[in-house]
Design a protein around this ligand. Structure first.
Ligand SMILES: *[C@@H]1O[C@H](CO)[C@@H](O)[C@H](O)[C@H]1NC(C)=O
Ligand SMILES: *[C@@H]1O[C@H](CO)[C@@H](O)[C@H](O)[C@H]1NC(C)=O
Ligand SMILES: *[C@@H]1O[C@H](CO)[C@@H](O)[C@H](O)[C@H]1NC(C)=O
Ligand SMILES: *[C@@H]1O[C@H](CO)[C@@H](O)[C@H](O)[C@H]1NC(C)=O
Ligand SMILES: *[C@@H]1O[C@H](CO)[C@@H](O)[C@H](O)[C@H]1NC(C)=O
Ligand SMILES: *[C@@H]1O[C@H](CO)[C@@H](O)[C@H](O)[C@H]1NC(C)=O
Length: 717
């Protein structure tokens, strides 16, 4: 066949323009090496196939869940040999726990499963009838664990494998599985293959066209497989689904959880007992310093959150103990606050420390300045008692008092002193005047003439001007005795002698309580009321929150709404309060899909996969938008075409139908569709085939067999 050489030449030239079915499909998955010692769901007594063990819907965390959490004799879990249901979660996730019996401890290992394209069947196949991918790895790097055989030869039997991928539905796919033991496959998060339990080889098959999927839509494909028992391990997967990995974790595992290269207890340990160390989210963008990611690369991305110890009330401290890492409660001690003249009284569980001012003496104003009680001045007392210019005011042991400005000299009773508009004057009385006599025995009274009659009056200073004292004089000595008729938080008004309610006496130095003095039924008795201050009582905006601090009082701040998981972002609405909305991961580029994936830790970006008009013969190709044209999907034939698409009829039909075909296919179209078909195609497509008339192929089909030589099964292409 002399035309073959130029054909090869031409095809090679066209290789960059054409698309071929990939010969392998690699899915990076994650293996969790298990051991019967740490998870007794492995190597229990033999069992059988048991469907219905797991819930039919896969949740966002991508961990299958057992339907039942108990195992009683002959129950579902017993039949499925789930000896300890609580350990099921560690089939496909790390426990982060120590190596103690039945702790669920496992060893995560990255694992690539490579499916080969079977051109005859047009499917990708993975087949391994002795599937022991982690011999001498995981736990078994230590010889101590290598106790299981297939009868004669050692193998690492106990492990689980998961692959969390996606695919764009082309409209015709199938998925087949044959093997042992448990297999669960979820498509679009719905259980599609259910081969749970311990069993020898079983098969499961899914025709994806029966699942109600929409062509061109991208769905999740999640595969879970466990090898739980000796002495065989077989697996065969067959599918024409083109699964892809939506993201790789920083360890390089498809949809991995980061556990194959990060261990929170070692990689992320900050040495502090009062922080909770966590590995970075799987989608963290960590730069490797070398060819392999190291703990040092990862450490800066670890998170360390403080252990939160909630205080039961305002009189108890709850703090993390740096030595043990546990929360420890201690009672709050209320200390005096000398700078504020406050003496600690007690602690109130609802409002905190309660104080009493030390400035409650009769001469204290109640104010405090730099730790000292502010005293009443002479002026304060003058104001309090009436500001008589003939009086001098001061504060004494009974509070404010007034003394005469011009006191009588007892030694000269006939020189009567008096005060006129603040000025002291003396009036001389002789012995006969008013018949008072100048040497009298009564030292508590002084002479006074009224209508020429002698009417002695109390000596000056007898009245202190303070209505709250009783004034007495004995042999010329004056006494002011306080009248104790006011009690509790009532104080006596020096000017009027009435009992006044004194709120000042009730102040407890705590801004979160409101204190006042209230009269009781008993005359002269006042009692303090203490109510807890309600901050923001009149506020209606649900996005403002209030709090009270015993020293600074009420304050407000904006409500911070928490996110729910990784893909729901919290925000605040003034009327409704906290709400969530989906996290936007939009890339703005048609061929790059931004998607929030819960188990990835947030946004991931992957190339858009397009479906093709005829998925068996064509590949969907994504075309980015430009300034003038929107992005779109187009279909391009595979080259070489799969056998099923290899008839001239298919090609020429495609050409006539105007399906976009790549150059090499166009040649086939020329050969089998004849010159007319080729010219039609050439005229309608703007292909860069110049001088096709000089093309050595521009002649009639040389072998005339009707079989396309370009796609001959024996072709060396
Ligand atoms: C493996 O077998 C050895 C020898 O019988 C025994 O000492 C060891 O405990 C076994 N290890 C495990 C993990 O069962
Ligand atoms: C206040 O009055 C008292 C008694 O009259 C007097 O001793 C004192 O000096 C006065 N204080 C001031 C600051 O004027
Ligand atoms: C007393 O005073 C009156 C009037 O000032 C005067 O008339 C009288 O002489 C005085 N008597 C004596 C004893 O000084
Ligand atoms: C109010 O507080 C004061 C000061 O702590 C206290 O003596 C009083 O008993 C309290 N009264 C009430 C009604 O709680
Ligand atoms: C109240 O505020 C003070 C000063 O800002 C602060 O030192 C104190 O810790 C706060 N108390 C509480 C219970 O938050
Ligand atoms: C589309 O554009 C983005 C951003 O420029 C680029 O990364 C991506 O590879 C393009 N995809 C295709 C299919 O051209």
């Amino acid at each position: 066949m002399n035309f073959l050489k130029p054909t090869i030449f031409l095809i090679l030239c066209l290789v960059t323009l054409i698309r071929s079915q990939p010969s392998t499909l690699t899915i990076a998955g994650q293996i969790f090496d298990q051991h019967p010692m740490y998870n007794n769901n492995f190597e229990p007594r033999g069992g059988n196939l048991r469907t219905g063990l797991v819930e039919k819907t896969l949740s966002d965390n991508k961990l299958p869940k057992l339907i039942s959490s108990v195992t009683t004799p002959d129950s579902l879990n017993d039949q499925g040999r789930m000896v300890t249901p609580a350990l099921f979660t560690y089939f496909f996730s790390t426990s982060g726990k120590d190596l103690s019996p039945n702790s669920g401890a496992n060893v995560p290992i990255g694992y690539d499963i490579v499916l080969n394209y079977d051109t005859k069947k047009g499917v990708y196949v993975f087949d391994n009838q002795a599937f022991f991918p982690i011999d001498e790895r995981g736990f078994d790097t230590n010889k101590f664990y290598r106790n299981y055989t297939d009868g004669s030869k050692y193998h690492n039997f106990h492990f689980c494998l998961k692959m969390n991928t996606k695919f764009t539905f082309q409209g015709y796919e199938v998925f087949n599985f044959i093997g042992d033991d448990d297999v669960w496959v979820f498509i679009n998060n719905k259980l599609a293959v259910d081969l749970g339990g311990l069993h020898s080889r079983e098969s499961g098959s899914v025709d994806l066209t029966k699942l109600g999927l929409t062509k061109g839509v991208t769905y999740d494909f999640d595969f879970y497989y466990c090898e739980r028992h000796t002495t065989a391990s077989t697996i065969r997967i067959e599918t024409n689904m083109q699964v892809f990995c939506p993201f790789e974790d920083y360890c390089g595992v498809c949809s991995g959880d980061g556990s194959t290269c990060c261990n929170k207890a070692t990689t992320c340990n900050d040495g502090k007992k009062c922080t909770i160390d966590a590995c970075p989210p799987p989608n963290a963008d960590i730069k490797k310093s070398g060819s392999k990611i190291t703990d040092a690369d990862i450490y800066p991305y670890c998170s360390h959150t403080d252990v939160v110890c909630d205080a039961p009330d305002l009189c108890t401290n709850n703090a993390c103990d740096e030595n043990t890492g546990n929360c420890k409660t201690t009672p709050i001690t209320c200390n005096d606050q000398p700078a504020k003249c406050l003496l600690a009284q007690k602690c109130d569980p609802n409002s905190g420390c309660i104080y009493k001012s030390k400035c409650d003496g009769v001469c204290d104003t109640g104010a405090c300045s730099n730790g000292d009680c502010v005293q009443k001045t002479n002026n304060t007392c003058a104001n309090e008692l009436g500001n008589n210019p003939c009086m001098v005011y001061s504060c004494g042991k009974n509070g404010c008092e007034a003394k005469p400005k011009c006191p009588q000299n007892p030694a000269t009773p006939c020189d009567v002193s008096y005060c006129e508009a603040g000025e002291c004057k003396i009036k001389h009385l002789n012995a006969t005047e008013c018949d008072c006599g100048c040497d009298r025995d009564d030292l508590c009274h002084k002479n006074n003439c009224v209508d020429n009659k002698c009417v002695p009056i109390p000596i000056d200073g007898t009245d202190d001007g303070n209505e709250c004292t009783e004034d007495t004089c004995v042999n010329g000595e004056i006494f002011h005795t306080p009248i104790n008729k006011c009690s509790g938080c009532m104080t006596c008004n020096t000017k009027t002698g009435d009992c006044d309610l004194s709120d000042k006496k009730c102040q407890d130095g705590n801004e979160c309580t409101s204190n006042s003095c209230q009269a009781t039924d008993t005359l002269g008795l006042g009692e303090c009321t203490n109510t807890t201050v309600v901050c923001g009582a009149t506020n209606t905006d649900k996005c403002i929150q209030f709090s009270c601090n015993e020293t600074t009082g009420c304050s407000s701040s904006a409500v911070v709404c928490p996110n729910e998981g990784n893909c729901l972002v919290g925000y605040c609405d003034s009327n409704k309060g906290c709400l969530t909305k989906p996290r936007s991961c939009d890339t703005g580029v048609f061929c790059l899909v931004g998607e929030c994936i819960e188990h990835a830790g947030g946004c991931v970006v992957y190339e858009k996969r397009c479906d093709a008009d005829n998925g068996k013969c064509q590949q969907g190709v994504c075309v980015n938008g430009t300034s003038t044209e929107e992005g779109r999907c187009k279909s391009e034939n595979y080259d070489p075409l799969p056998f099923i698409c290899k008839t001239a009829a298919v090609v020429s039909t495609a050409v006539i139908a105007g399906v976009t075909v790549a150059g090499a296919v166009a040649l086939g179209a020329f050969i089998y569709g004849g010159k007319r078909g080729y010219d039609y195609w050439k005229d309608t497509r703007n292909v860069q085939f110049s001088g096709s008339n000089s093309n050595p192929l521009y002649e009639q089909n040389p072998n005339g067999s009707g079989v396309n030589p370009l796609y001959n099964d024996n072709s060396t292409l």
